[in-house]
Design a protein around this ligand. Structure first.
Ligand SMILES: Cc1cc2nc3c(=O)[nH]c(=O)nc-3n(C[C@H](O)[C@H](O)[C@H](O)COP(=O)(O)OP(=O)(O)OC[C@H]3O[C@@H](n4cnc5c(N)ncnc54)[C@H](O)[C@@H]3O)c2cc1C
Ligand code: SF4
Length: 331
């Protein structure tokens, strides 16, 4: 597959990058590590006429701030997230999730910002359509949804597969976003529209410049599980993330968050189950059944809803057991 011709700019700052995106309109696209964008350009899922590369900008090292929060430059390579001492000691769930992304060759290229802003995926969409399939689908501007014929022009069940975004939602992270008019902050969860056709709330010239994670409370526990077919170099079949705090008695749950990745157009959350966990002594098997019934996982890449639901039930229970044990370790 030969790449088509495009223009290329390599600005020296994020400010210049957002200005370039703003001047160039819809045809321009940000290029970070390129590990998501370049394969998508090769199969012509996206065909930008200008790439604004961030490779000339050096990311700042992760920093612990006076209020205890940790600020991470969005240009940080995933391999650096995995190895960074501050991240490993203060945010081990983030280091573990970064380590599960693809393989080392992708992690030394891929960035945190690129991981969060990666395109949604679908077995039919991520193909060169004149090679394997004939008709372009709705997301490519065509007139069908081959795998889900019931869908219409406004419904696309492509799946968002970042391993890291569900973790950052569970950690209550904030995104610092730079645009032509300055900087704004949004909660991590607000990055997503829930629409597979246009998955992100970012403006065309906006850039995620940093992620800020607030300090973790006492008796905090976490669980992370990513199911893959081959165990490595694989996108997730389903990703389960749990964060919770136990009360001083080491038994009662003060609050809990459950986030699922790779089973929806954005991360999914069983909010009723989360509410039921508040001020309760947790029963992992019961919670796992309730959470897996509450969400509706999208079938994807050959995994049907029934399989995904059962996978989610099993690994929610196991991740919850781990999260409770970790929280007790900290009491
Ligand atoms: C073989 C293979 C396996 C993979 N496996 C996984 C996996 O297991 N889990 C997983 O999560 N991902 C996986 N990926 C997807 C991807 O490589 C990673 O998510 C990676 O972190 C993307 O980062 P990048 O810097 O290369 O992004 P790029 O490809 O440069 O960019 C991706 C998208 O984000 C936009 N973008 C980039 N940076 C910013 C920013 N700062 N602000 C706003 N928009 C931005 C770009 O315009 C583009 O649309 C895999 C990719 C490959 C090729
Ligand atoms: S689910 Fe979305 S990406 Fe997949 S074929 Fe249908 S319209 Fe295209």
């Amino acid at each position: 597959m030969i790449l088509y011709d495009f223009e290329y700019e390599r600005p020296g700052s994020l400010k210049e990058a957002t200005a370039l995106l703003n001047e160039s309109g819809d045809g321009a696209r940000l290029l970070a590590g390129g590990t998501d964008l370049m394969p998508n350009m090769r199969v012509e899922v996206v065909t930008p006429s200008l790439l604004v590369s961030l490779s000339g900008i050096e990311p700042a090292a992760p920093e612990k701030r006076a209020d205890g929060s940790i600020k991470i430059d969005a240009l940080t390579k995933l391999s650096d997230l995995v190895d960074d001492e501050l991240i490993k000691s203060e945010l081990p769930m983030l280091a573990e999730a970064a380590h599960t992304v693809a393989g080392n060759q992708v992690r030394v290229m891929g960035t945190l910002g690129g991981n969060l802003c990666q395109e949604t995926r679908c077995l039919y969409y991520n193909q060169k359509h004149d090679y394997q399939f004939v008709e372009p689908c709705y997301k490519r501007g065509g007139d069908c949804c081959f795998p889900f014929p019931g869908n219409d022009h406004n419904t696309c069940w492509s799946v968002y597969m970042s391993d890291i975004a569900p973790v950052l939602i569970a950690l209550d992270a904030t995104l610092e976003i730079l645009g032509p008019d300055g900087t704004r902050e949004i909660p991590m969860a607000d990055l997503f529209t829930g629409d597979g056709l246009n998955p992100f709330t970012l403006g065309a010239a906006e850039i995620v410049q940093a992620v800020i994670v607030p300090p973790l409370p006492e008796r905090f526990g976490w669980g992370y599980h990513k199911t893959t077919v081959r165990g490595g170099l694989d996108f997730g079949t389903a990703i389960i993330v749990i964060a919770l705090q136990l009360a001083e008695d080491g038994e009662t749950c003060s609050w809990a968050k459950i986030i699922y990745g790779a089973v929806g157009q954005g991360p999914l959350r069983p909010t009723t189950t989360e509410i039921s966990m508040k001020s309760a002594v947790l029963d992992p098997p019961l919670i796992a059944v309730a959470a897996s019934q509450e969400i509706s996982p999208l079938p994807h890449h050959g995994f049907n809803k029934g399989y995904l639901r059962e996978n989610i039930r099993v690994y929610t229970e196991r991740s919850l057991v781990r999260a409770i044990a970790r929280a007790r370790d900290k009491s």
